[in-house]
Design a protein around this ligand. Structure first.
Ligand code: FNR
Length: 355
């Protein structure tokens, strides 16, 4: 039998870059001709979970639970340490089932001793399990993932979701580090986010459709039935951020899912995200390059991000949130039907100047 964690990495890496168009292409900035800043004015820092981070992105949840994924976690942790970015582990379920797998996760903390590390469990786990996951990694925060479509397509997937809410509450009661509730590439709706907020969760990673696709990955792992009709399930990252724009302002929204390039990252921040997670991007880096080359490639990514801030005349990510954004195509249509004011978004810089 093949190892599920190895399968996920293999399939995710093989599918990476397959998606050539994205809802990010249907979000445009309004170009302004008169610049006012210099590159040295630009500050890329982000603030979330009560911490300041020098960069606006993090390495999102991926792996652990086998010999090969231990090595990948090691490479990712080295990269996180060089870049000083937060890093999430993959789901610790494998280690909770079999303590021999713990070291494939612990390697992250061994390498990134003083880094900001997030543990990860599914909402099929209770508070005790979540607490143990945090202990194994000496984690600074915990991600709890929601992944219904993945479970549905997964041959050995869960078929009973009745305990999700109880588990979320139990995890909240027992875990004493900050919690991020995240999706895994299917996005979130306003209703789900409101419900999570009512349950007391204030940091959500909307992880939308558009990048790594777990309906597709799980389908590639099964021979009996074809679930291709679910490949398009869920809200894209852009649409999820539009849904989030209608929520209480005190919620912290993190974005992930299909960030292909710095311009996508800047658009996600402008649409309201406090920071942006990337999985597929970092996975293909560490699988295809040595540490030095990976660091250099991310430095280029950072440099380009800065230049886009400069082009937009924005000193920091807070200023990005007041820029006019023009929606077209799918995101525009979604906004119309869901009562999201696309026209106000296209003119929001004016309301800022009246503040
Ligand atoms: C993931 N992702 C994930 N998420 C999670 O919460 N727990 C997990 O164990 C995993 N496992 C996992 C394995 C691999 C190989 C990948 C690539 C991804 C999902 C991930 O955190 C993210 O939500 C999605 O991948 C969407 O982001 P990208 O990949 O499009 O940047």
């Amino acid at each position: 039998m093949t190892n599920r964690k190895d399968d996920h990495v293999k399939e995710a890496a093989a599918n990476y870059g397959e998606i050539k168009t994205s809802d990010f292409d249907h979000v445009r900035f309004v170009h302004q001709s008169i610049g006012q800043l210099a590159e040295e004015d630009i500050d890329l820092s982000s603030h979330w979970l009560g911490q300041d981070f020098p960069l606006p992105f993090y390495i999102n949840a991926m792996t652990g639970g086998s010999t090969w994924t231990k090595e990948i976690n090691g490479r990712l942790a080295h990269l996180a340490r060089e870049l000083k970015v937060p890093m999430a582990s993959g789901s610790l379920s494998a280690a909770l089932r079999d303590p021999k797998q713990e070291d494939s996760f612990r390697i992250i903390r061994e390498i990134y001793l003083d880094g900001f590390v997030l543990a990860n469990v599914g909402a099929d786990r209770d508070g005790q399990d979540a607490k143990r996951a945090v202990e194994i990694l000496q984690a600074d925060a915990l991600q709890v993932h929601l992944n219904l479509p993945q479970e549905i397509v997964m041959p050995e997937g869960d078929r009973d979701f009745r305990k999700i809410k109880d588990h979320l509450l139990d995890i909240q009661a027992q875990v004493d580090v900050p919690i991020v509730v995240k999706e895994v590439g299917f996005g979130m709706s306003r209703e789900s986010m409101e419900e999570l907020a009512q349950l007391g969760f204030s940091t959500l990673d909307i992880s939308g459709r558009g990048g790594t696709n777990f309906a597709q990955i799980e389908n590639q792992r099964r021979a009996d039935q074809d679930f291709a009709e679910l490949f398009d399930w869920g809200q894209t990252t852009v649409v999820s951020l539009l849904e989030a724009s209608q929520l209480r302002e005190d919620l912290t929204i993190l974005a992930s899912g299909g960030i292909r390039q710095p311009l996508d990252l800047v658009k996600a921040l402008s649409l309201g995200a406090q920071a942006v997670g990337m999985s597929g991007y970092f996975l293909q880096l560490v699988l295809n390059h040595d540490l030095e080359t990976s660091v250099q490639k991310v430095q280029n990514f950072i440099e380009k991000t800065k230049l886009i801030y400069l082009l937009l005349n924005c000193r920091n990510s807070q200023e990005l949130k007041h820029l006019d954004l023009i929606l077209s195509d799918g995101p525009w249509h979604w906004a119309q039907l869901r009562g999201i004011d696309a026209q106000a978004l296209a003119q929001r810089s004016q309301s800022k100047s009246q503040d």
